[in-house]
Write a protein of this length. Sequence first.
Length: 192
Amino acid sequence: MSALSLSTATAPLPRDESALLDRAIAGVLRHAQDGDLPLFAWTLGLPQPALLAMLAQRFPELDRLEPMPEPDYASIRAATPAGFAELVALLGAHRAPDVLEAEAEWLARAVAAACFGERPLSVDLGLSGREAVSRLLVRYFPSLSRRNPARRSWKSFLFAELAASRAGAAAPGGAAGLGPRAGFSDSDRRGC
């Protein structure tokens, strides 16, 4: 697949959440391509045909992208941390009923990938700040965003929610007393 040119830097905050979604997806892909995020983020955890279809739909201004050789793409995707799919599922479980399922999935994948970066979530999403991240999460995953009334860092909050869901599934009594990263391997914790 050829290099993408999806610039998101210094653009004003879009009023429309769909444009903000595009900006977040482009930000993750650009930061992965530039080495600021782990390379797996460049795939969004999607099979290559699904990634190419999403790019064609969301970014029609891009010329037709040539696929990578499948073994190369598979090796990049194989580096996806175990916690990535769980974060995508956590976000997806809280999807607003009035948003397109595909858009919510793409955002969940972009957010989950950006959670494995070492910078603030807004930076790794290519967004202007916490307000932009909050707008997306409130719009696409409202029931989850309401569970963060203390306005904790979104990245820490998401990993804490995931730890609580892991602990709740593993033992009766839930995750009381767990820290924000309890139960995660080092690869899961990177970027919290």
